[in-house]
Design a protein around this ligand. Sequence first.
Ligand SMILES: *Cc1c(COP(=O)(O)O)cnc(C)c1O
Length: 397
Amino acid sequence: MNTQELRALSEEHSAHNYHPLPIVIAEAEGAWVTDVEGKRYLDMLSAYSAVNFGHRHPRLVEAVRRQLDRVTLVSRAFDHDQFGPFVAELAELAGKDMVLPMNSGAEAVETALKTARKWGYEIKGVPADQANIVTFEGNFHGRTTTIVSFSTDPDARNSYGPFTPGFRTVPYGDAEALRAAVDENTVGVLIEPIQGEAGVNVPPSGFLTAVREICTARGSLMIADEIQSGLGRTGTTFAVEHENVVPDVYILGKALGGGILPVSAVVADRDVLGVFKPGQHGSTFGGNPLACAVAREVIAMLRTGEFQERSRTLGAHLHARLGKLPSDHVREVRGRGLWAGVELNGKARPVSEKLMERGVLAKETHETTLRLAPPLVVSQEDLDWALDQLEAVLTEV
Ligand SMILES: *Cc1c(COP(=O)(O)O)cnc(C)c1O
C-alpha cells in the first residue's frame, strides 16, 4: 500500500487523538527513518526522547534478541534473572536504594503520586485524606484521569471530569508561589526539571535549588519527572544535575526502554519506596524480562558518559546555530543539550510540514513552538544539514 492508502486507513479507523504529519514510516536506523515510498528523513523528534539512542541501536537490538531466546514474561508472581540486576543497576545510576518498575510514563507518575501519598500518611503523619501535592502550570505528566486533574492545558482536561482532588498548581519558575502553596500536609512537589510538552521551558536559574530547599524545609518529597528530560537528553544523565539538585524521587520512562519497549520506573530511597507491602501496588508487565534486559543495556550505555557528552557538545552547536536564526521569524530559543524549543512569530505547523517535505521530521508543540530533539547519536553533519533546512524553510514561510 502507498502513503495515501495507508493514511486513509488510519484516518478512517483510528481515533483522531493525534494530528500526525502526512508521512508513513516503514523502516528506521540511527537518526534516520525511511517512509513507505523509500524517501529518507532525519528524525529530529526522537519520539519525544524515547529514541535518545537512535532507532534500533545495535546494542539494544542485540540485548532484546538475546532475551527473546530466553524468557520474555513471568509477571511479578515470580522473580527472573534480569530483575534483580535491573533494579540494582538503575538504583545505582540514580544514586538511590530502590526501584519500582512500571511500563508507561503515566503509570510511573501515578506510582510516584501514590508513593508520595502513602509516605505522607504512614511516615510524615498527614491526617487521613488530607494530603496535597503541588504541581506547576504548563505541566505535562501523562494522560490518566488523575494526572489530567492537575493539567492546565484545556485540551488535556476538558470533558474528563470529575477530577481527582488533592492537587495545587503554581506558576513554573515562581519559588515564592511554591513556598506559599506548600503546607504541613504537602507530601510532594511534582516537577519537570525542564518542561518538555509546554515547549522546552527551562526554569530560571536557581529555581530547582529553591524547590529542593522548600521541600527539605517542609518535609515534602521533591519528585522529579525526568521521563523526557532524563537519560542524557540535556547533556547530563538527569536534568536536575544542572543545578546539582538531588530529588527524593525520580520518575523515568521513554528512553529507559531504548526506543524498543515501554519501560518506566520510580526510583527513590528505602525510607520512601519502602512503604509498599505486597498487594498494595503492581503491574502485570512492569519489570518483565524483556523490559529489564533492554533497560539494563540502556543503563550500561549511559554509564560510559558518551551519550551525555554528545548531547553537551552537539547541543552547544545546535543552540549556537539556533541563536543566529533571523529574529523576524524566531522570538526565542529555549533548551539545553540536544533539546530545543524554537518559539516562532507565526504558526509552527506549516514549518514542520515544510521541513518534512525537505526530509526533516520535527513537530510543533502548541501553536507556535517547534520542538527539536534529535537522537543523541546524530552526527554533526546531519544536524547541520537539518538546520540548513530549517533556515531555508523560515525564509519561505
Ligand atoms: C511523555 C511524558 C510522560 C508520559 O509518558 P507516557 O509514556 O506517554 O505515558 C510523563 N511525563 C513527561 C515529562 C513526559 O514527557
